[in-house]
Design a protein around this ligand. Structure first.
Ligand SMILES: [Zn+2]
Length: 399
């Protein structure tokens, strides 16, 4: 594995150092703490896991307790906003996902097993594929994708490195309690990829659990780069610091780039089978949302804990995740269909939604796509696409 897909330790430590300067200066303002404390915290944790080096949080602030309380309050407020949006848009959200599942049932849509090896590439080809894909959106997005590789802002096989670190910690454990604590850390935060938003520095880092250069890891990096595009083009310049926690369409831009990448692979004859599997998985994820969110609405269980989860029948359930991945994913499927029909028009619509989403209602955002509310919610707009997709999968996989 080349250094280019490993995060540069010096750079991360320099970034952390810069943030420490901001936050340790006399008494940081509430605004400056909120602006980047969570990014600092996450980068610091990632840094500890990758490099075994981190800042001791408690030495950084005049009153760490106060800072933690402030951040907790901020998260609680952000989740409240999500809950409020979900309640106000009950009909739209429930109907959209119900109609989507019904559509798949109606089409007798079968999902593929993800049990094959994906096409592998040389490091150069891997990057060139991602660059070529992002350049289909224009030079600006191509440059941004290239910047993340050139500046070593991407860490692959993150999970493997983390596992080594955890193992090292476990062998050095002094008590059973300590051991339990470490195993807890390990079980939390299992993700395929992660984008670290650093608002104060107007940039970020990407962590991906995948190892090696193949279609699946490229797809994961493309998704995370989508967050980078969103952050560096829209969120940071517009100073929308709150929106990334309370924004129910947070996963919309990244998933739209992800959907576009599937088409790009197919159109260019690059690992078409791999593209089919990724595509099938995307449609499958959306298919489960209705069954998951329905009990939350029915039982009115909208008390989100600090991770955005709720308890349903004594089981912890990731409500916020389902809402942001669900709505983001559904918008992405619709937007990619618009892109297929009219790429120029798509770019206008996409930019418009990204710019306006903090101020707009869900209904206004649907209207901005140019799809009628009725066609969006009834899944009528994407029906031809799903029919096409089913034909394609039946042809290649006999399903
Ligand atoms: Zn994402």
């Amino acid at each position: 594995m080349s250094n280019n897909t490993n995060i540069d330790k010096e750079k991360v430590l320099a970034d952390l150092g810069q943030m420490v300067q901001i936050y340790s200066s006399d008494r940081p303002s509430k605004d400056s703490i909120l602006k980047d404390y969570s990014s600092f915290y996450h980068l610091n944790v990632a840094c500890a896991k990758i490099f075994l080096e981190s800042y001791q949080l408690y030495g950084l602030f005049c009153n760490p307790q106060e800072v933690q309380e402030l951040v907790n309050k901020y998260y609680a407020r952000a989740y409240k906003k999500i809950v409020q949006t979900c309640k106000e848009n009950k009909e739209t959200i429930l109907n959209t996902f119900k109609n989507y599942s019904d559509l798949l049932k109606d089409l007798d849509f079968s999902f593929l097993e993800c049990d094959r090896d994906f096409e592998t590439y040389s490091e150069k080809d891997f990057k060139d594929i991602i660059y070529a894909y992002y350049s289909t959106y224009g030079n600006k997005y191509y440059c941004l994708a290239k910047k993340y590789f050139d500046e070593n802002r991407i860490q692959m096989r993150y999970e493997e490195i983390e596992k080594k670190y955890i193992d090292l910690l476990l062998t050095n454990c002094k008590s059973e309690e300590e051991r339990k604590e470490i195993l807890d850390i390990q079980s939390s935060g299992s993700y395929k990829g992660y984008y670290l938003y650093l608002i104060g520095l107007e940039s970020g880092y990407i962590l991906s659990k995948f190892n090696g250069y193949n279609t699946l890891s490229a797809h994961s990096i493309v998704h995370e780069l989508g967050h980078a595009v969103d952050a560096e083009t829209f969120l940071f310049p517009q100073q929308k610091k709150i929106s990334r926690v309370s924004d129910i369409l947070m996963e919309m831009p990244s998933t739209t780039f992800e959907m576009g990448f599937i088409d790009f692979l197919r159109d260019n004859g690059l690992d078409e089978y791999g593209a089919d599997i990724i595509s099938s998985e995307r449609y499958e994820v959306l298919n489960d949302i209705y069954d998951c969110i329905l009990p939350v609405y029915e039982q009115n269980k909208f008390e989100l804990d600090e991770d955005g989860n709720v308890k349903i029948d004594d089981e912890e359930y990731e409500f916020r995740d389902d809402i942001i991945y669900g709505l983001g994913g559904y918008f992405a499927v619709c937007l990619q269909e618009i892109r297929r029909q009219n790429p120029k028009e798509f770019l206008k619509i996409f930019n418009n939604i990204l710019t306006m989403r903090a101020e707009s209602s869900l209904e206004e955002l649907i209207n901005m796509t140019g799809i009628s509310y009725e066609d969006f919610v009834s899944a009528k707009f994407i029906r031809p696409r799903l029919e096409e997709e089913k034909k394609l999968l039946s042809k290649r996989f006999n399903v």
